[in-house]
Design a protein around this ligand. Sequence first.
Ligand SMILES: [Zn+2]
Length: 315
Amino acid sequence: MTLDDIPDIEKAYGDEIDRLLLQIQLKEITLCETCDTFFKYIPQKRFCDICKVKHEKERRREYAQRPEAKERNREYYKKNREKILERSREYERRPEVKERRREYAQRPEAKERRREYAQRPEAKERNREYYKKNREKILERSREYNRRPEVKERKREYERRPEAKERKREYYKKNREKILERSREYAQRPEAKERRREYAQRPEVKERKREYNRRPEVKERQREYMREYQQRPEAKERKREYYKKNREKILERSREYNRRPEVKKRNRVQQREYRQRPEAKERKREYGQEYYKKNREKILERSREYHRRKKGEEE
Ligand SMILES: [Zn+2]
């Protein structure tokens, strides 16, 4: 098809087309070989600027596919590794680049692609390998990330949502044994123990614990537990063992304790209170009769001695 085949256009743009054809003949302008753009005539120039860039790119891509080009690239990379990496790191650090990446990563199709990729066996294998090699580094980086205030806040905000709570419950139900096992395993590690010790030493933590232990319901629960615990055969056995080994020390400590004035006073008060109770009176009566029967002579002798002494004092 030539311009002559389009009479309407020729009528409408006749003058314009004539002018362009004339300019082409005079070598003032050229029509691009791959699009409808005219550009200023330059000898040997066949494409407009846009098409030229496009063709250049294509040519470069084709060239880069050739084995000798690949080899040369590899060589170049090996020699300039650090420089290239630094430049790339510098590029990745730019705010606009980061922002663009974030924006892209959030898109549904990108997420889908990631998921799909992660499911492949070779990807899984590679991840496992990488994790094994870099475990400490990864964990440290993740801990550092989780410590950031904005991350913490975001996490808290997320965990408050009902669907997150529901998901957590579901997950826990499904993986209960695994979670417990892992947490037990973690609790045994030296660094976890150290962290617990350090935490328990903090004044505010101690104070909180004291406050907690003072609550009546907590005390009651602890007493209940101790009662239950002391009934167990192994606890009894352990107690017996302990007592046997430390008999003298325990007795001495108990004597020392009971000699303290405030303890003596408390004991006296408690004894008086105890003796007032009906069951104590009853027991005393029973015990007293039995005791009297058994020790009749001794009691009588002591009583006689008491009266003799009293008489002696009076005289
Ligand atoms: Zn063009």
